[in-house]
Ligand binder design. Sequence first.
Ligand SMILES: Cc1cc2nc3c(=O)[nH]c(=O)nc-3n(C[C@H](O)[C@H](O)[C@H](O)COP(=O)(O)O)c2cc1C
Length: 122
Amino acid sequence: MKHLLAVPGSARAASTNRAFLAALAELAPPELGISLWDGLAGLPIFSPDLEAAPPPPVRDWAAQVGRADGLLLAVPEYVHALPGGFKNAIDWLVSREEIIGKPVALGMARTGAKRRWPSCAG
Ligand SMILES: Cc1cc2nc3c(=O)[nH]c(=O)nc-3n(C[C@H](O)[C@H](O)[C@H](O)COP(=O)(O)O)c2cc1C
């Protein structure tokens, strides 16, 4: 059985990206285990100074990535870029082995826009 770690890139309580990944986890076929990681808001700000002895939330994040066969990322666009919190989570993995060689699927779930951002074509 393959195990995928679903990672929402939004820390918002009512995140559409988290809801999307939670639905995937619920609807996944039995031969595919999908677990939702919800630790984004609990990670401290990355600093190379902390890499030698990472805090427990970071160790847990890295361990969950390490146990997964692949990652499902659902990440909103913030100011034409990745949300800072999501980038912070990735930064914590930069000098580690856990994510190396793992297949990653990246998507975004979004309901109808209330605002029109300059980068949006539709
Ligand atoms: C701080 C902030 C910046 C955003 N910047 C963009 C943007 O540059 N382009 C865009 O299309 N949407 C932008 N959005 C809209 C979000 O991508 C959209 O609301 C998305 O659904 C949020 O994901 P979530 O529901 O998982 O939290 C922004 C939203 C916020 C809160």
